[in-house]
Ligand binder design. Structure first.
Ligand SMILES: [Zn+2]
Ligand SMILES: [Zn+2]
Length: 201
């Protein structure tokens, strides 16, 4: 069972003036938006969600209209904050991931096309299905997709179980973490894509 601590900040929610509380709701929503990637494990992120829910509830009790201010916040940030608020209310059944103005959850945005989402469990490629297909095709065309590297290697630590020294492999060149090894062959990635499609069928 989760215990929510009453931090001093929260104790004062009921005592704050409504205009101030409305601004605090905006700050709290921003707080969730910048921490959504660490939900549901991070206590700090869970606290941020809790803060949003408590303030929103208080404003509701006071019958304070929040729509216009939240719309304005969405304009300011480029994030869909009304939806984030709804998702905060559904936590922990729903994890509140902030959506950018095109509706894509920022945390899951495909790092290649930047216009679709990757599956939630894809931590290696961070690619949507269409981009993963392009990565597979690049093994035949030998023209790497930006952010990936095509290579062959004699080092068995750097290749998958199907590969030999002649096999063309894909490596992910991660902006933040550098080269993510070992490399995978066409068969590996085709298997991954087939598994994804099975899951969504
Ligand atoms: Zn993509
Ligand atoms: Zn393989």
């Amino acid at each position: 069972m989760t215990e929510f601590r009453d931090t001093p900040v929260r104790v004062t929610i009921g005592k704050r003036q409504s205009p101030e509380l409305l601004e605090d709701l905006c700050i709290a929503l921003r707080g969730v938006a910048v921490r959504d990637g660490s939900l549901p494990n991070s206590e700090e992120a869970r606290d941020a969600v809790q803060e949003v829910v408590l303030i929103a509830k208080e404003l509701e009790v006071r019958e304070v209209r929040t729509t216009d201010r939240i719309d304005q916040l969405s304009q300011e940030t480029g994030w869909l904050m009304d939806q984030l608020l709804d998702d905060c209310r559904k936590f922990p059944e729903t994890i509140p991931y902030v959506r950018e103005s095109d509706g894509i959850r920022r945390y899951y945005r495909c790092q290649y096309c930047k216009s679709a989402e990757r599956p939630e469990d894809d931590v290696h490629y961070s690619a949507c299905n269409a981009c993963l297909q392009k990565i597979i095709d690049s093994i035949d065309s030998l023209e790497p997709v930006g952010g990936t590297v095509l290579f062959r290697t004699y080092n068995t630590d750097w290749r998958c179980e199907h590969a030999n020294s002649e096999t063309v492999l894909i490596g992910v060149d991660c902006y933040e973490e550098g080269f993510l090894g070992p490399g995978e062959c066409k068969q590996c990635i085709e298997n991954t894509l087939a598994q994804r499609r099975q899951k969504t069928e």
